[in-house]
Design a protein around this ligand. Structure first.
Ligand SMILES: *Cc1c(COP(=O)(O)O)cnc(C)c1O
Length: 377
């Protein structure tokens, strides 16, 4: 195997750290001096600020996005025998969390233009056991929430948003995390708002869900050493809270940069032979990733790699075809749009600090690879 030096990485967390180093270093030093290493005042302050950012009354900070999904499902009362409708084209956590509470993930295909849960397919999947719908705001764009919420209302279902890739994304002007009953965020380092370690949060406007999740994240305690619920150790660290507070102040500017970079790619890749991502009419897309579509995905990936351009596939195998979820009982062909997407998607380098020159180089390399391919046919 030949390895070419990476000239243009998929993302660059160090560049972002260097752009805010004095603020971050001071915030970290203050936590070390305070001794508040788990939860504490920085985490509480971050919860208030992130709730305000998402337009919700409540935010509960946790140790990962997966924990957010797990506790959201528990607070919603989802358990053994229940079904949760979600999409197979996602990061595996969305489907895995349903299993954590003993419920069954009932999968529904995506709409191929937005890569998000197809509202028209949901109704057919509803049974007497259905308890919740879990749409995923994939790639930084929200699912089409109005028809999803309408079906949910008619059937008395709870809507839990997987907003792990959608910090600051909007649906018809309203922020991700405030659209359903409960929103779940991840602050994994590579996410649009990333901690320097693991992190996650739940947002909601329901005080009852919020107080249950607050208890569940800290051993189900209502007072110290009094356990009203069987809980978990899912608390956010003080350092992550302080770091996220600093980064939240820059998030809108970073999102604007991501959106500008995506527009530049859109222009440079117009009529190039690859399909560029669509911003749906309802969406403020925050481009967690910039994902193009092509029939020759693996060749394009290899040719970009040879030029020192790092890419990624989000995601190569849909959940229903993962060996770990074979017991869900789905076969190849069950979700054609998800399966086609998994063969055709390729994410190009995109992060706020990416230069216009680098974008131009990536787009040129894509054009060159695609036109060479067309000529050889
Ligand atoms: C990252 C991610 C998660 C999980 O978040 P972690 O913080 O890594 O646990 C869940 N769902 C989606 C769609 C994600 O991208």
């Amino acid at each position: 195997m030949t390895t070419t030096r990476v000239r243009i990485p998929l993302l660059d967390l160090k560049a972002q750290y260097h752009s805010i180093k004095p603020e971050i270093d001071a915030a970290i030093a203050a936590v070390l001096e305070s001794g508040q290493f788990v939860l504490g005042s920085e985490v509480s302050a971050f919860e208030k600020e992130f709730a305000a950012y998402c337009g919700t009354s409540e935010c509960i900070a946790l140790n990962s996005g997966t924990s957010a999904l797990h506790l959201a499902l528990l607070a919603a009362g989802v358990g053994p025998g229940d079904e949760v409708i979600t999409a197979p084209f996602t990061f595996i956590a969305s489907v895995a969390a349903v299993g954590y509470v003993g419920a069954r993930a009932v999968l529904v295909d995506i709409d191929p233009s937005s890569f998000t849960l197809d509202p028209a397919a949901i109704e057919k999947a509803i049974t007497a056991r259905t308890k919740a719908i879990l749409p995923i705001h994939l790639y930084g764009q929200t699912a089409d929430m109005d028809p999803i919420l309408e079906v949910a209302r008619r059937h008395g279902l709870i809507v839990i948003e997987d907003a792990a890739q959608a910090h600051g994304a909007k649906y018809k002007g309203r922020p991700a995390g405030s659209l359903g009953d409960i929103g779940c965020f991840s602050f994994y380092p590579g996410k649009n708002l990333g901690a320097y370690g693991e992190g996650g949060a739940v947002t909601t406007n329901h005080p009852q869900y919020a107080s249950t999740i607050r208890m569940l994240r800290d051993w189900g305690q209502d007072r110290k050493y009094h356990h009203a619920l069987r809980g978990f150790n899912y608390r956010m660290e003080g350092l992550q809270g302080a770091i996220l507070r600093v980064k939240l102040r820059h998030l809108e500017q970073w999102t604007d940069a991501r959106r500008a970079h995506a527009m530049q790619y859109d222009q440079l890749l117009a009529n190039s032979g690859v399909e560029t991502p669509k911003q749906m009419p309802w969406a403020r897309h925050v481009y967690h990733v910039y994902t193009v579509l092509t029939d020759n995905r693996d060749e394009l990936k290899a040719e970009l790699e040879a030029e020192g351009i790092q890419t990624a596939i989000h995601y190569p195998v849909p959940a229903h075809l993962q060996p770990a979820f074979a017991d869900l009982g789905y076969r190849t062909g069950a979700f054609p749009h998800s399966e086609v997407a998994s063969r055709r998607v390729l994410s190009l380098p995109l992060y706020p600090e990416l230069s216009a020159q680098a974008i131009w180089e990536v787009a040129s390399a894509v054009r060159k690879a695609v036109s060479a391919k067309t000529q050889s046919v």
